[in-house]
Design a protein around this ligand. Structure first.
Ligand code: COA
Length: 318
């Protein structure tokens, strides 16, 4: 068995089999359109690769994708060294081939490949929908995964904050956000954040449903970015840099009002260590163990801090 990089044609032909896992509620045609649009997005064109586990030529046993992502190691004196991490998505084995160790073999060969991929390699990260054990076998360790959930509420969204943010504001917004004060962290690019908003645009067209009126907000020094998960009717916070409990409440209140106006059923925020104590003071939220999307990290070089210390905003999900 060997690991092969898929060409453009092989990537498209994989869509036909992965529809069963990730297509609903889109039609088959809609799913093919979604995949084509996501693949031609600027972030994917720069950072996406699809990997195939093959036995004989043309016979695919399992597949997955990687998106190169910027990560940073903080030295004891505070200086940051930039590196490459790889976010793994869409691990898939056709039903008729499952239970024979192909996904595990794919993950093992891929980790060995990624260790050699770049002189500044840091880690691989994935978001498991099938629990931890499958990926633990291949050296991945889970990180804490709590969600804060808020119900939508009526009201004028802009009343609570200094400014609403649009998708064109993402680059400038990321630049003003505070980097985590952690020994190791990932930090998304503007294109990476826009890739999530591209999902919002795609589902808004295909379902169809209206897009929310904003993709974030600013309150004082604090900032939030979010996007609509059209499939589940969720306003999902991608990044939250909250400096005070009041500003956290203003930003999340705005998200709730934006969600209400867009007819969504909930606002969800992935808990991160730096902002958790502030979010806990915001009234109306419930804290829940996350169902799916369990972040798991595999070091690809020695000396990486423990995954439990690594903040994972939703913007990193693939
Ligand atoms: C998950 C998946 C990739 C596993 O592929 P595979 O080639 O059968 O994997 P392996 O043979 O290496 O390992 C199988 C193990 O995964 C476990 N597993 C598979 N699906 C699972 C699920 N939904 N929940 C929990 N564990 C699951 C099996 O129980 C099995 O464990 P065991 O060996 O202890 O019995 C495959 O089932 C699949 O494509 N599912 C649909 C897409 C998907 O959910 N992908 C994962 C996204 S994170």
């Amino acid at each position: 068995m060997r690991l092969v990089l898929a060409n453009a044609e092989e990537q498209v032909s994989r869509d036909a089999v992965t529809y069963s896992a990730w297509g609903s509620p889109l039609t088959r045609e809609g799913y093919l359109q979604r995949e084509n649009r996501l693949r031609t997005h600027a972030w994917s064109r720069a950072e996406l690769k699809m990997w195939l586990l093959c036995e004989a030529p043309g016979e695919v046993l399992a597949s997955c994708e990687t998106y190169r992502t910027d990560s940073f190691l903080r030295a004891p004196d505070g200086t940051l060294s930039a590196g490459d991490s790889y976010a793994i998505a869409s691990v898939f084995t056709e039903e008729r081939l499952r239970g024979r160790g192909y996904a595990t073999k794919l993950m093992d060969l891929l980790a060995a490949e990624l260790e050699r991929a770049s002189p500044r390699v840091h880690s691989a990260i994935l978001f498991s929908d099938v629990g931890a054990p499958l990926y633990q076998r291949s050296g991945y360790r889970e990180t804490p995964a709590w969600d804060w959930r808020f119900s939508p509420e009526p009201g004028e969204p802009s009343a609570l904050v200094d400014r609403l943010l649009q998708d064109t504001d993402v680059g400038a917004t990321l630049a003003r956000m505070r980097r985590p004060d952690a020994p190791f962290f990932y930090w998304p690019t503007a294109e990476q954040v826009d890739w999530h908003i591209e999902r919002e645009r795609i589902y808004a067209e295909l379902m169809p449903r209206p897009r929310p009126e904003a993709n974030g907000a600013i309150a004082g020094d604090s900032t939030a970015l979010w996007y609509m998960m059209g499939r589940t009717g969720t306003l999902m916070v991608l990044m939250l840099d909250a400096r005070t409990a009041e500003q956290a409440a203003a930003l999340l209140g705005t998200a709730r009002r934006v969600a209400h106006r867009a007819g969504l059923s909930k606002v969800v925020l992935w808990e991160e260590p730096a902002t958790a104590p502030l979010v806990a003071k915001v009234t109306g939220g419930t804290r829940e163990l996350r169902d799916g999307s369990l972040p798991m990290i595999r070091p690809l070089r020695p000396g990486l801090p423990s995954p439990e210390l690594t903040p994972i905003p939703r913007a990193l999900w693939v």
